[in-house]
Ligand binder design. Structure first.
Ligand code: NI
Length: 159
C-alpha cells in the first residue's frame, strides 16, 4: 500500500460507504494509521491509498489515533479560521486554508461502534481536510485559482 500523489485520478473521485465494518476494515484502519505515522502526517483517507471507501484516520498532537468510518458532518460553525495545511498526497508544499473553526460529526470506529465528536482547532481542521478527501476534494481546491497555481507549480518544481 502506498500514498497516491497529486495527479492520480483516484484523488478526485468520491468514495462510497463502507458496507460492513469487519476485521478487514480494522486492518485497513491500522494500515492507514501506520502510513500516516510514517509520513509524519496528522490524517490519511482511504482514497489516498486508492481505497475508494469512506474511511479516514487522524492523529493530532495530544490526541490518540482516531478512525472515522462513514462519517456525516452534522454541524460546522460559522466562525472560520485560517491555518497552514499540507497533505501527504501533495508532499513538500503548504498553504493557508480557511475552514470552519468547529465541527460536529457522527461516524463509526473500527470496532463498529457509532460515536459523535464535537471538536475545534487542529482536530476539526484535520477532520474537515480528511472528509474532503472522501468527496474527491484536495486542500488546494479550496484556494483561489492564482494561489492554487502557485502551489501546484512549486510542488512540480520540487518533484
Ligand atoms: Ni490530505
Amino acid at each position: 500500500m502506498e500514498i497516491l500523489l497529486l495527479g492520480n485520478e483516484a484523488l478526485k473521485q468520491k468514495a462510497v460507504p463502507v458496507k460492513n465494518i469487519t476485521a478487514e476494515t480494522a486492518r485497513l484502519a491500522d494500515q492507514l494509521i501506520d502510513l500516516m505515522h510514517k509520513g509524519k502526517g496528522i490524517g490519511l483517507a482511504g482514497p489516498q491509498v486508492g481505497v475508494m471507501e469512506r474511511i479516514f484516520v487522524t492523529h493530532v498532537t495530544g490526541d490518540e489515533p482516531r478512525v472515522f468510518i462513514n462519517p456525516s458532518i452534522l454541524e460546522t460553525s460559522e466562525q472560520t479560521s485560517k491555518y497552514e495545511e499540507g497533505c501527504l498526497s501533495i508532499p513538500g508544499v503548504w498553504a493557508d486554508v480557511v475552514r470552519p473553526e468547529k465541527v460536529k460529526l457522527q461516524a463509526w470506529n473500527e470496532k463498529g461502534r457509532a460515536f459523535t465528536l464535537e471538536t475545534s482547532g487542529i482536530l476539526a481542521r484535520a477532520v474537515l481536510h480528511e472528509y474532503d478527501h472522501l468527496e474527491g476534494v484536495l486542500f488546494i481546491d479550496r484556494l483561489s485559482e492564482p494561489k492554487r497555481n502557485r502551489v501546484v507549480a512549486k510542488y512540480k518544481r520540487r518533484r
